[in-house]
Design a binder for this molecule. Structure first.
Ligand code: ZN
Ligand code: ZN
Length: 370
Protein backbone atom coordinates (compact mmCIF):
# COMPACT_ATOMS: atom_id res chain seq x y z
CA UNK A 1 0.00 0.00 0.00
CA UNK A 2 1.38 3.35 -1.00
CA UNK A 3 1.65 5.92 1.76
CA UNK A 4 -0.43 8.36 -0.30
CA UNK A 5 -2.96 7.67 -3.04
CA UNK A 6 -4.47 9.99 -5.63
CA UNK A 7 -8.25 9.69 -5.42
CA UNK A 8 -11.15 11.62 -6.94
CA UNK A 9 -11.56 13.48 -3.64
CA UNK A 10 -7.93 14.43 -3.22
CA UNK A 11 -4.62 13.08 -1.94
CA UNK A 12 -5.41 10.30 0.54
CA UNK A 13 -3.38 8.51 3.19
CA UNK A 14 -5.04 5.09 3.60
CA UNK A 15 -2.97 4.07 6.63
CA UNK A 16 -3.78 7.31 8.47
CA UNK A 17 -7.28 7.64 6.99
CA UNK A 18 -6.97 11.36 6.23
CA UNK A 19 -6.74 13.55 3.16
CA UNK A 20 -4.42 16.40 2.22
CA UNK A 21 -6.02 19.46 0.51
CA UNK A 22 -9.11 17.43 -0.49
CA UNK A 23 -11.29 19.09 -3.15
CA UNK A 24 -14.45 17.27 -1.98
CA UNK A 25 -15.79 17.19 1.58
CA UNK A 26 -14.07 14.44 3.60
CA UNK A 27 -14.06 13.48 7.30
CA UNK A 28 -10.50 14.60 8.06
CA UNK A 29 -8.21 16.84 6.02
CA UNK A 30 -4.75 18.34 6.47
CA UNK A 31 -4.56 21.76 4.80
CA UNK A 32 -1.38 23.19 3.27
CA UNK A 33 -2.67 26.78 3.00
CA UNK A 34 -5.80 28.92 2.90
CA UNK A 35 -6.14 29.56 -0.86
CA UNK A 36 -9.51 28.39 -2.11
CA UNK A 37 -8.21 25.65 -4.42
CA UNK A 38 -6.52 23.94 -1.46
CA UNK A 39 -8.95 24.67 1.35
CA UNK A 40 -12.54 23.82 0.54
CA UNK A 41 -15.61 23.99 2.71
CA UNK A 42 -17.61 21.04 4.05
CA UNK A 43 -15.03 18.71 5.55
CA UNK A 44 -15.40 17.25 9.04
CA UNK A 45 -12.16 18.43 10.62
CA UNK A 46 -9.26 20.54 9.42
CA UNK A 47 -5.67 20.27 10.59
CA UNK A 48 -3.44 23.21 9.61
CA UNK A 49 -0.71 25.61 10.70
CA UNK A 50 -1.62 28.02 13.52
CA UNK A 51 -1.59 31.02 11.16
CA UNK A 52 -3.72 29.26 8.55
CA UNK A 53 -6.58 28.73 11.02
CA UNK A 54 -7.87 32.36 11.17
CA UNK A 55 -7.71 32.52 7.36
CA UNK A 56 -9.72 29.30 7.06
CA UNK A 57 -12.24 30.72 9.51
CA UNK A 58 -12.50 33.88 7.41
CA UNK A 59 -13.09 31.91 4.23
CA UNK A 60 -14.89 28.75 5.34
CA UNK A 61 -16.73 30.06 8.41
CA UNK A 62 -15.83 30.47 12.06
CA UNK A 63 -17.68 27.33 13.12
CA UNK A 64 -16.24 23.97 12.26
CA UNK A 65 -13.43 21.94 13.68
CA UNK A 66 -9.97 23.43 13.21
CA UNK A 67 -6.88 21.97 14.85
CA UNK A 68 -3.55 23.70 14.57
CA UNK A 69 0.12 22.75 14.51
CA UNK A 70 3.45 24.57 14.53
CA UNK A 71 6.16 23.93 11.95
CA UNK A 72 8.32 20.94 12.82
CA UNK A 73 6.12 19.72 15.68
CA UNK A 74 4.75 16.31 14.72
CA UNK A 75 1.41 14.74 15.55
CA UNK A 76 0.51 11.08 15.08
CA UNK A 77 -2.61 10.04 13.17
CA UNK A 78 -3.25 6.28 13.31
CA UNK A 79 0.48 5.67 13.63
CA UNK A 80 1.46 8.06 10.81
CA UNK A 81 3.85 10.82 11.85
CA UNK A 82 2.59 14.07 10.36
CA UNK A 83 4.51 17.36 10.47
CA UNK A 84 4.31 20.75 8.74
CA UNK A 85 7.23 22.68 7.26
CA UNK A 86 7.40 26.21 5.78
CA UNK A 87 6.46 26.45 2.10
CA UNK A 88 7.22 30.17 1.67
CA UNK A 89 4.06 30.68 -0.41
CA UNK A 90 1.77 32.82 1.80
CA UNK A 91 1.41 33.35 5.54
CA UNK A 92 0.82 29.98 7.23
CA UNK A 93 1.56 27.96 4.09
CA UNK A 94 3.13 24.60 4.83
CA UNK A 95 4.45 21.46 3.22
CA UNK A 96 3.06 18.28 4.73
CA UNK A 97 5.61 15.60 5.66
CA UNK A 98 4.31 12.15 6.50
CA UNK A 99 6.36 9.24 7.75
CA UNK A 100 5.49 5.60 8.34
CA UNK A 101 7.87 2.70 8.95
CA UNK A 102 10.88 4.70 7.77
CA UNK A 103 9.30 5.91 4.54
CA UNK A 104 8.84 9.66 4.04
CA UNK A 105 6.53 11.46 1.62
CA UNK A 106 6.20 15.23 1.32
CA UNK A 107 3.30 17.15 -0.23
CA UNK A 108 4.55 20.61 -1.19
CA UNK A 109 1.24 22.43 -1.60
CA UNK A 110 2.06 25.71 -3.33
CA UNK A 111 5.54 27.05 -2.61
CA UNK A 112 8.14 29.62 -3.49
CA UNK A 113 11.83 29.32 -2.77
CA UNK A 114 12.63 33.03 -2.36
CA UNK A 115 12.11 34.30 1.20
CA UNK A 116 9.54 37.12 0.96
CA UNK A 117 10.11 38.17 4.58
CA UNK A 118 6.52 37.39 5.50
CA UNK A 119 5.65 33.76 4.78
CA UNK A 120 8.62 31.97 6.38
CA UNK A 121 11.57 30.69 4.36
CA UNK A 122 10.91 27.56 2.29
CA UNK A 123 12.47 24.50 3.91
CA UNK A 124 13.88 21.68 1.79
CA UNK A 125 12.63 18.49 3.45
CA UNK A 126 14.41 15.21 2.66
CA UNK A 127 12.01 12.50 1.51
CA UNK A 128 11.57 9.37 -0.58
CA UNK A 129 8.63 10.71 -2.54
CA UNK A 130 7.93 14.40 -3.26
CA UNK A 131 4.64 15.71 -4.62
CA UNK A 132 5.36 19.08 -6.18
CA UNK A 133 3.27 21.81 -7.77
CA UNK A 134 4.35 23.16 -11.18
CA UNK A 135 2.32 26.36 -11.69
CA UNK A 136 5.27 28.07 -13.41
CA UNK A 137 7.01 24.89 -14.54
CA UNK A 138 8.31 26.20 -17.85
CA UNK A 139 11.90 27.41 -18.35
CA UNK A 140 10.64 30.85 -19.56
CA UNK A 141 9.61 31.65 -15.97
CA UNK A 142 12.49 33.23 -14.12
CA UNK A 143 11.72 35.83 -11.46
CA UNK A 144 13.70 38.92 -10.62
CA UNK A 145 14.79 39.00 -6.97
CA UNK A 146 12.14 40.66 -4.78
CA UNK A 147 14.22 43.81 -3.99
CA UNK A 148 14.69 44.53 -7.73
CA UNK A 149 11.03 43.95 -8.49
CA UNK A 150 10.01 46.20 -5.60
CA UNK A 151 12.23 48.98 -6.95
CA UNK A 152 10.50 48.68 -10.33
CA UNK A 153 7.07 48.89 -8.69
CA UNK A 154 8.07 51.88 -6.55
CA UNK A 155 9.46 53.73 -9.60
CA UNK A 156 6.19 53.14 -11.44
CA UNK A 157 4.18 54.45 -8.47
CA UNK A 158 6.36 57.58 -8.24
CA UNK A 159 5.98 58.23 -11.97
CA UNK A 160 2.20 57.99 -11.71
CA UNK A 161 2.18 60.30 -8.73
CA UNK A 162 4.21 62.89 -10.67
CA UNK A 163 1.57 62.71 -13.42
CA UNK A 164 -1.26 63.12 -10.90
CA UNK A 165 -2.49 59.56 -11.44
CA UNK A 166 -3.61 57.01 -8.89
CA UNK A 167 -1.60 53.76 -9.02
CA UNK A 168 -3.92 50.76 -8.85
CA UNK A 169 -2.04 47.54 -8.21
CA UNK A 170 -3.93 44.33 -8.90
CA UNK A 171 -2.89 41.54 -6.54
CA UNK A 172 -4.47 38.51 -4.87
CA UNK A 173 -6.08 39.49 -1.59
CA UNK A 174 -4.26 36.75 0.29
CA UNK A 175 -0.51 36.69 -0.32
CA UNK A 176 0.60 39.31 -2.77
CA UNK A 177 -1.49 42.13 -1.27
CA UNK A 178 0.39 41.73 2.04
CA UNK A 179 3.76 41.43 0.31
CA UNK A 180 3.19 44.70 -1.53
CA UNK A 181 2.74 46.69 1.68
CA UNK A 182 6.41 46.74 2.65
CA UNK A 183 7.25 47.57 -0.97
CA UNK A 184 4.89 50.56 -1.04
CA UNK A 185 5.28 51.93 2.47
CA UNK A 186 8.44 53.97 1.66
CA UNK A 187 6.89 55.73 -1.37
CA UNK A 188 3.41 56.69 -0.21
CA UNK A 189 1.76 58.21 2.83
CA UNK A 190 -1.32 56.08 2.65
CA UNK A 191 -2.05 52.69 1.10
CA UNK A 192 -5.71 52.24 0.15
CA UNK A 193 -7.13 48.73 -0.19
CA UNK A 194 -10.26 47.05 -1.53
CA UNK A 195 -12.63 45.49 1.04
CA UNK A 196 -11.51 41.92 0.23
CA UNK A 197 -7.92 42.86 1.06
CA UNK A 198 -9.07 44.79 4.11
CA UNK A 199 -10.75 41.65 5.50
CA UNK A 200 -7.60 39.56 5.12
CA UNK A 201 -5.54 42.39 6.61
CA UNK A 202 -7.76 42.58 9.70
CA UNK A 203 -7.68 38.81 10.13
CA UNK A 204 -3.90 38.71 9.99
CA UNK A 205 -3.32 41.68 12.29
CA UNK A 206 -5.85 40.23 14.76
CA UNK A 207 -3.77 37.02 14.65
CA UNK A 208 -0.74 39.04 15.80
CA UNK A 209 1.02 39.63 12.49
CA UNK A 210 2.58 43.08 12.10
CA UNK A 211 1.75 44.66 8.77
CA UNK A 212 2.01 48.27 7.51
CA UNK A 213 -1.23 50.22 8.01
CA UNK A 214 -3.83 50.36 5.24
CA UNK A 215 -7.01 52.32 4.67
CA UNK A 216 -10.14 50.72 3.30
CA UNK A 217 -11.72 52.31 0.21
CA UNK A 218 -15.23 53.38 1.23
CA UNK A 219 -18.08 54.40 -1.10
CA UNK A 220 -18.46 57.90 0.36
CA UNK A 221 -14.78 58.89 0.14
CA UNK A 222 -14.20 62.08 -1.91
CA UNK A 223 -12.43 61.28 -5.20
CA UNK A 224 -9.60 63.74 -4.50
CA UNK A 225 -8.12 61.72 -1.69
CA UNK A 226 -6.97 59.01 -4.14
CA UNK A 227 -5.12 61.41 -6.40
CA UNK A 228 -1.47 60.34 -6.75
CA UNK A 229 -1.98 57.64 -4.13
CA UNK A 230 -1.74 53.85 -4.24
CA UNK A 231 -4.64 51.41 -4.20
CA UNK A 232 -4.36 47.62 -3.97
CA UNK A 233 -7.30 45.68 -5.43
CA UNK A 234 -7.99 42.01 -6.20
CA UNK A 235 -8.33 40.77 -9.82
CA UNK A 236 -12.13 40.71 -9.51
CA UNK A 237 -12.15 44.53 -9.23
CA UNK A 238 -9.94 45.04 -12.27
CA UNK A 239 -12.59 45.71 -14.92
CA UNK A 240 -15.44 46.71 -12.59
CA UNK A 241 -17.23 50.04 -12.03
CA UNK A 242 -15.55 50.13 -8.60
CA UNK A 243 -12.45 51.46 -10.41
CA UNK A 244 -14.12 54.67 -11.68
CA UNK A 245 -13.52 56.65 -8.51
CA UNK A 246 -9.76 56.51 -9.08
CA UNK A 247 -9.79 58.31 -12.42
CA UNK A 248 -7.23 59.26 -13.67
CA UNK A 249 -5.40 56.07 -12.82
CA UNK A 250 -2.88 53.54 -14.10
CA UNK A 251 -3.26 49.79 -13.58
CA UNK A 252 -0.33 47.54 -12.72
CA UNK A 253 -0.96 43.81 -12.49
CA UNK A 254 1.19 41.80 -10.09
CA UNK A 255 1.29 38.22 -11.31
CA UNK A 256 3.84 35.68 -12.49
CA UNK A 257 1.87 35.50 -15.75
CA UNK A 258 3.00 39.07 -16.47
CA UNK A 259 6.44 37.75 -17.37
CA UNK A 260 4.84 37.06 -20.74
CA UNK A 261 4.13 40.39 -22.46
CA UNK A 262 1.10 39.15 -24.36
CA UNK A 263 -0.69 38.83 -21.04
CA UNK A 264 -0.12 42.50 -20.12
CA UNK A 265 -1.81 43.51 -23.37
CA UNK A 266 -4.53 40.90 -23.04
CA UNK A 267 -5.39 42.19 -19.57
CA UNK A 268 -5.40 45.75 -20.89
CA UNK A 269 -3.01 46.91 -18.17
CA UNK A 270 -0.60 49.84 -18.13
CA UNK A 271 2.09 47.75 -16.48
CA UNK A 272 2.72 44.16 -15.46
CA UNK A 273 5.00 43.06 -12.65
CA UNK A 274 6.06 39.41 -12.54
CA UNK A 275 5.60 39.15 -8.78
CA UNK A 276 4.62 35.61 -7.85
CA UNK A 277 4.02 33.57 -4.72
CA UNK A 278 5.09 30.45 -6.64
CA UNK A 279 8.58 29.20 -7.43
CA UNK A 280 9.93 29.92 -10.90
CA UNK A 281 11.35 27.13 -13.08
CA UNK A 282 14.76 27.15 -11.42
CA UNK A 283 13.16 27.32 -7.97
CA UNK A 284 11.03 24.27 -8.72
CA UNK A 285 13.93 22.21 -10.05
CA UNK A 286 16.21 23.26 -7.16
CA UNK A 287 13.48 22.41 -4.62
CA UNK A 288 12.85 18.97 -6.13
CA UNK A 289 16.57 18.21 -6.26
CA UNK A 290 17.11 19.34 -2.66
CA UNK A 291 14.56 16.82 -1.34
CA UNK A 292 16.72 13.96 -2.64
CA UNK A 293 13.48 12.20 -3.56
CA UNK A 294 13.78 9.10 -5.74
CA UNK A 295 10.23 9.56 -6.96
CA UNK A 296 8.40 12.78 -7.83
CA UNK A 297 4.76 13.37 -8.65
CA UNK A 298 4.04 16.65 -10.42
CA UNK A 299 0.65 18.36 -9.96
CA UNK A 300 -1.11 21.55 -11.01
CA UNK A 301 0.56 23.59 -13.70
CA UNK A 302 2.89 22.46 -16.45
CA UNK A 303 3.14 18.96 -15.01
CA UNK A 304 3.91 17.22 -18.33
CA UNK A 305 6.86 19.50 -19.14
CA UNK A 306 8.30 19.25 -15.66
CA UNK A 307 7.84 15.49 -15.36
CA UNK A 308 9.53 14.98 -18.73
CA UNK A 309 12.45 17.20 -17.68
CA UNK A 310 12.94 15.35 -14.38
CA UNK A 311 12.83 11.96 -16.10
CA UNK A 312 15.51 13.14 -18.51
CA UNK A 313 17.59 14.18 -15.49
CA UNK A 314 17.28 10.64 -14.14
CA UNK A 315 14.68 11.39 -11.44
CA UNK A 316 11.61 9.16 -11.72
CA UNK A 317 8.66 11.51 -12.23
CA UNK A 318 5.01 11.25 -13.23
CA UNK A 319 2.25 13.79 -13.69
CA UNK A 320 -0.83 13.67 -11.52
CA UNK A 321 -4.17 15.28 -12.32
CA UNK A 322 -5.59 17.24 -9.41
CA UNK A 323 -8.19 19.97 -9.06
CA UNK A 324 -5.73 22.53 -7.72
CA UNK A 325 -4.49 25.53 -9.62
CA UNK A 326 -7.78 27.21 -10.15
CA UNK A 327 -7.02 30.77 -9.34
CA UNK A 328 -7.04 31.68 -5.67
CA UNK A 329 -9.54 34.48 -6.42
CA UNK A 330 -11.95 32.29 -8.33
CA UNK A 331 -10.77 33.43 -11.75
CA UNK A 332 -10.08 29.94 -13.07
CA UNK A 333 -11.01 30.80 -16.65
CA UNK A 334 -8.80 33.88 -16.68
CA UNK A 335 -5.81 31.86 -15.53
CA UNK A 336 -6.47 29.23 -18.19
CA UNK A 337 -6.32 31.92 -20.84
CA UNK A 338 -3.06 33.20 -19.42
CA UNK A 339 -1.61 29.72 -19.43
CA UNK A 340 -2.67 29.36 -23.06
CA UNK A 341 -0.96 32.64 -23.98
CA UNK A 342 2.16 31.55 -22.09
CA UNK A 343 2.28 28.20 -23.85
CA UNK A 344 1.77 29.79 -27.24
CA UNK A 345 4.57 32.28 -26.65
CA UNK A 346 6.86 29.58 -25.28
CA UNK A 347 6.28 27.51 -28.43
CA UNK A 348 6.99 30.51 -30.62
CA UNK A 349 10.46 30.65 -29.13
CA UNK A 350 9.87 33.40 -26.63
CA UNK A 351 9.46 36.23 -29.09
CA UNK A 352 7.55 38.30 -26.59
CA UNK A 353 6.99 41.37 -28.70
CA UNK A 354 4.61 39.94 -31.23
CA UNK A 355 1.04 41.12 -31.06
CA UNK A 356 -1.54 38.91 -29.47
CA UNK A 357 -4.82 39.37 -31.35
CA UNK A 358 -7.64 40.95 -29.38
CA UNK A 359 -11.10 39.53 -29.66
CA UNK A 360 -13.77 41.86 -31.02
CA UNK A 361 -15.50 42.79 -27.81
CA UNK A 362 -12.31 43.13 -25.83
CA UNK A 363 -11.32 46.73 -25.11
CA UNK A 364 -8.26 47.91 -27.03
CA UNK A 365 -5.02 48.83 -25.26
CA UNK A 366 -5.02 52.31 -23.77
CA UNK A 367 -8.66 52.52 -22.81
CA UNK A 368 -10.01 51.11 -19.59
CA UNK A 369 -13.13 49.00 -19.44
CA UNK A 370 -15.42 50.98 -17.17
ZN1 ZN B 1 -1.87 28.93 -3.21
ZN1 ZN C 1 -2.51 26.04 -5.67
Amino acid sequence: MALLEFTDKGIYCPQGDFYIDAWRPVPKVVITHAHSDHARAGSGSYLCHRLTKPLLQLRLGAEGSYETMEWGEPVFINGIRVSLHPAGHIIGSSQVRIEYQGEVWVVSGDYKTEDDGLSGAFEAVKCNVFITESTFGLPIYSWLPQPELFTTIRDWVSRNEAEGKTSVLIAYSLGKAQRLLSCLEPVTEKIFVHGAIWNVHQTLTDAGITLPAVERVLPDMPKDIFRGRVVIAPPSAEASPWMRRFNPYAIGICSGWMQVRGNIRRRNADAGFALSDHADWKGLIDAVTATGAEKVFVTHGFQATMARYLNEKGIWAAEIKTEYGEDEEGGGAAIEEEVAVAEKEAKRGASFDEKVPHSENEPQPGEHAQ
